[in-house]
Design a protein around this ligand. Structure first.
Ligand code: C5P
Length: 218
């Protein structure tokens, strides 16, 4: 059967994770947080003491990735990595290892395996452009870097993690730059993507926007 896919792409801290999981919950669809696969690869690189610039070594680790999701927790080789997966440091390392084409290739099949009935919501950078190019609904989020830094800041503070808005801004700019300018699968909207600037929007408003677009599309 044809499994419907909704892709949600956008920059770091644009709220795509929250939006994707809420849309998936409302539709009863599977969820693919593709960033988590790149983050898990980054953790595997760290644990192995591998060089993030060594494409072949990182790709080998990505190909053997033993990652499982159970009841909102993530396990890498049996170890609970739910918290370390979300660290800024892990995201930055993920952004470095994700530039290698061999690493993206190694994670490709793993991502396709998430496509199961009754449907899939996939979020990331290249879900609409590379991994699910035939998806009937592609959403591209465009919140300003200042807005995203402010959101990430209050997220961290609310979790009791110290955070500095200026260094978050600098980090986001650097990560955007790397994600947008890499040779393979750069962050950019698919030609047929719907643009959504959720800067002034609540989570619910974003969810309603996507659900309405989905209703019209099928
Ligand atoms: O979305 P998240 O912040 O979890 O992603 C971490 C990093 O993984 C991103 O900065 C990006 O470099 C990389 N990534 C990617 N392609 C995806 C998802 C994430 O290159 N589909």
């Amino acid at each position: 059967a044809d499994v419907p896919v909704i892709t949600i792409d956008g920059p770091t801290a644009s709220g795509k994770g929250t939006l994707a999981s809420e849309v998936a919950r409302r539709l009863g669809y599977e969820l693919l947080d593709s960033g988590a696969l790149y983050r898990a690869t980054a953790l595997a690189v760290q644990q192995a003491g591998a060089d993030p610039a060594d494409a072949a070594a990182v790709a080998a680790l990505a190909a053997q990735l033993d990652l499982r999701f159970e009841a909102d927790r993530a396990f890498l080789a049996g170890q609970d990595v739910t918290e370390s997966l979300r660290l800024e440091e892990t995201g930055n390392l993920a952004s470095k290892v994700s530039v290698h084409p061999a690493v993206r290739q190694a994670l490709h099949g793993l991502q396709l395996a998430f496509r199961r009935l009754p449907g899939l919501v996939a979020d990331g950078r290249d879900m609409g452009t590379v991994v699910f190019p035939a998806a009937p609904l592609k959403v591209f989020l465009t919140a300003s870097v200042e807005q995203r830094a402010a959101r990430r800041h209050s997220q961290l503070i609310s979790r009791g993690i110290p955070a500095n808005i200026d260094s978050l801004l600098a980090d986001l700019r650097m990560r955007d730059e790397r994600d947008q300018n890499r040779a393979v699968a750069p962050l950019k909207p698919a030609e047929d993507a719907v643009l959504l600037d959720n800067s002034g929007m609540s989570i619910d408003e974003g969810v309603e926007f996507v659900l309405e677009a989905w209703d019209k599309r099928r």
